[in-house]
Ligand binder design. Structure first.
Ligand code: FEO
Ligand code: CA
Ligand code: CA
Ligand code: CA
Length: 514
């Protein structure tokens, strides 16, 4: 039985798959860790040595008037004291049948507007377990009705503010303690148009039918103050299907933010700030991998941009069009970005690109020259390929622990799980790539998501004893409400939820004792 057949066998063998110590590795290793085999049932399963608890689920009341939104994604932890903090949680999009129904009336859309954006929640630690402080003064929602100014000195599509934030996928956290939330697939709500004003994408949620808002007001990185909920849209970082924004410092102390445009053949961007404590002013660049260069998107730096754009604001709004004119490299859907604490390299998940037969994706490594995020030249290589060799497909969100182990989630999307190119990979999972010790180089599946769900937003508590994790869109591809593919977590209608993962295995891995 080769490895692929073995994985397939395990994938349909639920009982065997859950046995602690059941390894998908073909060669014996010293000091073996428990592995979780690919799993296909409608359960959240963790490997032996880990446990999960639900922190909050869709629809839970967070204060007297507001509820936790739908499709939780990115999570950021803003510490208050050693046992208190504020969690920011993205709410990316809605699946109408689970909200009010698929019919497109104003009443349906009005309800959906409240389900997206983000939640701020106070959390407290008691007896090793984090829980939400209900009715905390910090608990609040941002949604599709929240008025948010543009941090830019020109108006955007005729306005100095946008109404609402949505499509909030992944994000980032700044050294000055603010959260960045990325508006990714804004076109599903508002459609999209090009610089000439021609429709290039219709909205499938049809919110624009009742609220004709300019699509140019969305597709931004939004900066949020956790203590107040005050927000601004960072025009400086350009507009696209931003997956995330990963922030670090250049050697000269200036802030640098990396952001990927998660769409097939789109690009990787880098913003170099003029300052060490703000993302509002600076220069945006786009990656050319073949030349190993970050190419400026400043209008005055390129005759072709001078010719095609009337001012810098137009470049910020139609960033994709500008990027293509200056030779940006088309990529296979850049998703999350993290900085490798062992090497300083910038890692970017390239989740997949079915159009060019890249089904399993990979993790790209950008090595900035002089190891300086401020550098305008770099080298690149594959850090870790997806596929049968490592037992995962379609890497998406990532987080490092202090020992440099890379924890990442997968997103086999579109109802493709366990079929065709994804046969044998099981449901989406949480994996860890070990960087030291007897198991160095191993990729271990440590949790498996319910049917149709993906794990998103992995985020450690400051003491690395808890991993917060979103469980997004369980049951999304159900045939109907009466024929649900998932009943997670409570039985009945499936509900996205945030869970906490704890246990001795987590403690062992993050302290490098494996
Ligand atoms: Fe919302 Fe690219 O994942
Ligand atoms: Ca993602
Ligand atoms: Ca991340
Ligand atoms: Ca994805």
């Amino acid at each position: 039985m080769n490895r692929r057949e073995f994985l397939q066998f395990l994938g349909v063998s639920g009982v065997l798959a859950t046995l602690p110590g059941c390894s998908t590795q073909s060669s014996p290793i010293a000091n073996p860790l428990p592995h979780l085999a690919p799993f296909t049932e409608d359960k959240l399963v963790t490997v032996d040595g880990l446990d999960y608890k639900i922190l909050i689920r869709w629809g839970d009341q967070i204060n007297a008037t507001q509820k936790f939104g739908y499709n939780n994604d990115f999570i950021a932890f803003h510490p208050l004291t050693s046992d208190r903090g504020i969690l920011w949680v993205n709410h990316e999009y809605v699946t109408p049948r689970f909200i009010r129904g698929e019919e497109r009336t104003k009443a349906h859309v009005d309800e959906e507007l409240l389900e997206v954006g983000g939640s701020l929640l106070e959390v407290k630690l008691q007896d090793g377990q984090w829980s939400v402080v209900k009715d905390s003064k910090y608990n609040r929602r941002l949604d599709a009705n929240t008025k948010i100014p543009f941090a830019w000195d020109q108006k955007i599509a005729g306005s100095s503010f946008g109404i609402g934030t949505m499509g909030n996928c992944a994000g980032g956290y700044t050294p000055w303690g603010t959260v960045l939330t990325a508006e990714e697939n804004y076109d599903m709500f508002w459609g999209d148009r090009n610089k000439k004003g021609e429709t290039i994408q219709k909205s499938w949620l049809e919110w624009d039918k009742f609220y004709p808002r300019p699509p140019e007001h969305y597709g931004w990185i939004v900066e949020v103050e956790p203590l107040t909920g005050k927000a601004k849209k960072l025009v400086s970082l350009g507009r696209c299907a931003h997956e995330c924004a990963a922030v670090t410092k250049a050697k000269n102390g200036k802030i640098v933010a990396y952001t990927g445009d998660d769409s097939a053949y789109e690009h990787l961007y880098k913003f170099v700030s003029d300052s060490s404590d703000s993302l509002e002013k600076g220069k945006l660049y786009v990656a050319n991998l073949e030349k190993g260069q970050w190419i400026s998107l400043k209008r005055e730096d390129h005759p072709v941009l001078m010719k095609n754009f009337k001012n810098q604001t137009e470049i910020q709004v139609f960033t994709r069009e500008a990027a293509k004119l200056v030779g940006a490299t088309p990529l296979d859907r850049p998703e999350d970005i993290e900085f490798d604490p062992l090497t300083g390299n910038v890692l970017v998940t390239l989740t997949n690109n079915k159009a060019r037969q890249n089904y399993h994706g990979s993790i790209l490594k950008i090595m900035e020259d002089h190891n300086d995020p401020g550098s305008l030249t770099f080298k690149h290589d594959t850090f870790l390929p997806g596929g049968t060799e490592h037992g995962f497909a379609c890497p998406d969100n990532m987080v490092f622990d202090p020992k440099g182990n890379l924890w990442f989630t997968t997103d086999i999307s579109g109802g493709d799980a366990n079929k065709g190119h994804y046969e044998g990979f099981g449901n989406n999972g949480l994996f860890v790539f070990l960087r030291s010790g007897a198991n160095k180089g191993e990729v271990i599946r440590i949790a498996s998501a319910p049917v149709d769900a993906e794990f998103t937003g992995p985020c450690f508590s400051p003491d690395y004893k808890t991993l917060f994790l979103s469980v997004q869109h369980p049951g999304e591809y159900s045939e109907s409400l009466s024929k649900l593919s998932s009943h997670w977590p409570d039985g009945g209608k499936p509900k996205p939820a945030v869970v906490t993962i704890t246990g001795p295995l987590l403690d062992k891995i993050v302290s490098g004792k494996v």
